[in-house]
Ligand binder design. Structure first.
Ligand SMILES: [Zn+2]
Length: 406
């Protein structure tokens, strides 16, 4: 990581960076032990204490206005509500892993601001090492001009090769399982801090085990640990690996003032949302990249314009076919939402050539659903139901393909 931090070469006057230090496997990570905010809407200071000095790289992102601070991987030992509310120019902030070896702080701003100072002070005289970030209010034009000057491309790293699905001559269909969120992006949270990113990863792992055990499929996971993967990267992984099906796995939640929804839903891609709840959910799930501090303008979007060509119409039909089967089988294992089949503009479903669905397993905001989501026996039963739907989908699909070839 130290090498990578040093390769971010554009550092201008605004930034201070410490010399890269070598990484040793025996090193435990520095620990963040406190964070505080000071100042007002013209000038705001953020300070985070660490057990030892870390390198930093700070930059800004627009629409929405954010400041991102990249540091080597650290352990965050902070109160759970840290960052939920802000002060001065900072509306809120979050922190976490964005890639193996790299942690990140992302600050949401209430208006444009420039990074006046960003530096780290060594621990001394019993005081911890301190990361200091000072922001000063500015206007949109200056904010954008400065961002332009920085002339950098900030992108999350290329995907980890976390599986080796390709076996020579293996013609079994490749299923991509996409556990939502990860790392700095926790997804939605339950009343006792249960995190969507953990719930959906456990589920995906269980499903992968079932599918692999059947011997009928190859499985690729878009993530196998608690790291962040941008949405376009997830789509790219599925396409470049030649996936036959992508299943994105999530859990939903509803703010208490909006009632108490429950049950699983299955979503397919559409340009216009099937209803307002689907639109809200797509917006929420599509925020993953914003939350993790990804510059959306710098993201490759090779499928930005979805053209209704033949392949795509076929993909849509297959996606819907699978979604229907999935609902049929899920019904035997878990409670369904009162309107379980919906559609909206989910970015992760945008591969024009890979049938894709997004499953919301249930609501972490609903007590009974949350209990299910955390239960091992529910997970086993529900993963089996999904595997069953995959079986019947491919049975029909492959039979259809063979007929078509005759
Ligand atoms: Zn989600």
């Amino acid at each position: 990581m130290a090498v990578r931090a040093a390769s971010w070469a554009f550092l201008g006057l605004l930034f201070a960076i410490t010399a890269p230090r070598p990484c040793h496997a025996t090193d435990s990570f520095p620990v963040a032990i406190a964070a505080r905010l000071g100042g007002d809407e013209s000038q705001t200071r953020f300070v985070m204490d660490f057990t030892r000095k870390v390198d930093l790289h700070a930059f800004t992102l627009a629409d929405p206005y954010r400041v991102v601070v990249d540091i080597p991987q650290v352990t965050f030992r902070l109160p759970p509500t840290t960052g939920e509310s802000g002060r001065g120019l900072i509306k809120a902030f979050r922190f976490g892993l964005v890639m193996p070896g790299g942690s990140r702080l992302v600050f949401d701003l209430i208006k444009p601001a420039r990074i006046d100072k960003a530096f780290v002070i060594d621990a001394a005289d019993g005081a911890p090492a301190r990361l200091v970030l000072e922001l000063v209010a500015t206007d949109r034009a200056s904010f954008l001009r400065r961002m332009e000057q920085e002339n950098r491309l900030v992108r999350a790293e290329a995907p980890r090769a976390n599986a080796a699905p390709e076996r020579d001559g293996d013609i079994h269909p490749l299923i991509v399982l996409d556990p939502g969120h990860g790392g700095i992006d926790t997804g939605t949270k339950g009343p006792n801090g249960e995190q969507e990113k953990d719930i959906v990863l456990s589920f995906a792992e269980r499903l992968r085990e079932d599918l692999e055990k059947s011997g009928k499929y190859r499985v690729l996971m878009t993530r196998t640990d608690d790291t962040f993967v941008p949405l376009s990267e997830r789509v790219h992984m599925a396409r470049s690996a030649g996936a036959a099906l992508l299943i994105s796995i999530h859990a939903d939640s509803l703010p208490p003032r909006e009632g108490d929804a429950q049950g699983a839903s299955v979503y397919t891609l559409s340009d216009t949302a099937s209803d307002s709840e689907a639109a809200r959910l797509a917006e929420q799930e599509n925020r993953a990249d914003v939350i993790a501090g990804v510059d959306l303008k710098a993201e490759p979007d090779d499928v930005a314009n979805i053209l209704l060509d033949l392949a795509e119409r076929e993909t849509k039909a297959f996606s819907l076919q699978f979604a229907r089967k999935l609902i049929g089988d899920l019904k035997t294992a878990t409670r369904l939402h009162k309107k379980p089949l919906k559609s909206a503009g989910f970015r992760v479903l945008r591969a024009p050539d890979v049938p894709s669905v997004l499953v919301e397993l249930g609501y972490v905001s609903n007590r009974a659903d949350l209990q299910s989501l955390l239960s091992v026996s529910w997970r086993r039963r529900t993963a089996e139901a999904v595997a069953q739907a995959i079986d019947s989908y491919f049975a029909t699909h492959l039979a259809g393909a063979r007929t078509g070839a005759n």
